[in-house]
Design a binder for this molecule. Structure first.
Ligand SMILES: [Zn+2]
Length: 127
């Protein structure tokens, strides 16, 4: 059930990612950058994403030389991934506002199908 005030993608040819738990729209497939698997941070990096709650500065933490903070679905509060606060010189291609999302926490809306974001196999919707 969608809460009012959420960003809703309305593409002619739908291709975007949603929260697996509540189907809130999270990121467009066209904003997908890469799958990354450095230490402890396995996920998909997106240029931007919507409908996320970001923890405050007190929750910033260092992982693999980067300062990150956890991000949550704004609708159901499931932890979906993290956002980069600061990235050292090793990964200069990453912008500070990139987010990295755990694919196992997402499903992909692709045309009229819903796919598991990790395996790309169809997900059966509840009636
Ligand atoms: Zn959610």
């Amino acid at each position: 059930m969608a809460r009012t005030g959420l960003v809703v993608f309305n593409q002619e040819y739908p291709d975007y990612y949603m929260c697996k738990s509540c189907r809130t729209h999270i990121a467009l497939a066209e904003d997908f950058i890469s799958i990354d698997a450095d230490t402890e941070l396995i996920g998909a990096t997106f240029d931007k994403a919507v409908n996320l709650r970001v923890d405050g500065p007190v929750h910033h933490r260092e992982v693999a030389g980067k300062t990150v903070v956890d991000i949550y679905c704004v609708n159901c509060d499931d932890k979906l991934g993290w956002r980069y606060i600061h990235v050292n010189g090793e990964e200069i291609a990453l912008e500070d506002d990139n987010v990295r999302l755990r694919m196992k926490k997402l499903v992909r809306k692709y045309s009229n199908q819903i796919l598991d974001a990790e395996t790309m196999s169809p997900v059966r919707e509840d009636p």
